[in-house]
Design a protein around this ligand. Structure first.
Ligand code: DQA
Length: 150
């Protein structure tokens, strides 16, 4: 498997609680189960998938900074930092790694404060409101866009 096929999945705060947290909004699958499934799919697509979750803004930024020239594409659900973190936005801009923004819920159909994202305008695409299926769709999009160049 070529190093250039490395994709990093980043999940922000409280997504470690998937499967327990607000199940009606975020579903029943745990983060661990979700990652297992995503890794299987990535394997089929010949994508090497690394994953990272943190509740800490600084750890998320450090992970992004260290990914420069190593990671080909990022899938990120910044969770609540979507609406607040110019620092994570700047980190993504500084490493110049293209990324897809994923949200499990439809952030435009919830509280007003969730309708602002500091990431959408600099992302290559946004998937939101489709549940955890959004992560799988992001992998498909990366496969088609990047690895198959279609
Ligand atoms: C979320 C939406 C955010 O508003 C929220 O803070 C999250 C998860 C989503 O996946 O729907 O933690 O990013």
């Amino acid at each position: 498997m070529k190093k250039k096929n490395l994709v990093l999945l980043i999940n922000g705060p409280n997504l470690n609680l998937l499967g327990n947290r607000e199940k009606k909004i975020y579903g029943k699958i745990t983060l661990h189960q979700l990652i297992e499934k995503l890794k299987k799919k990535a394997n089929l697509l010949k994508i090497k998938l690394k994953t990272f979750q943190s509740n800490s803004e600084s750890k998320l930024i450090e992970k992004i900074q260290k990914s420069k020239n190593i990671v080909k594409y990022i899938i990120i659900n910044p969770a609540a930092y979507t609406h607040t973190s110019i620092a994570i936005r700047d980190a993504l801009l500084s490493v110049q790694i293209p990324f897809i923004e994923v949200h499990i819920s439809n952030i435009y159909a919830r509280e007003n404060f969730r309708a602002n994202s500091w990431f959408s305008d600099i992302s290559s695409g946004i998937i939101c409101g489709l549940g955890t299926q959004g992560y799988f769709l992001a992998l498909d999009a990366i496969y088609k866009k990047i690895f198959k160049k279609k």
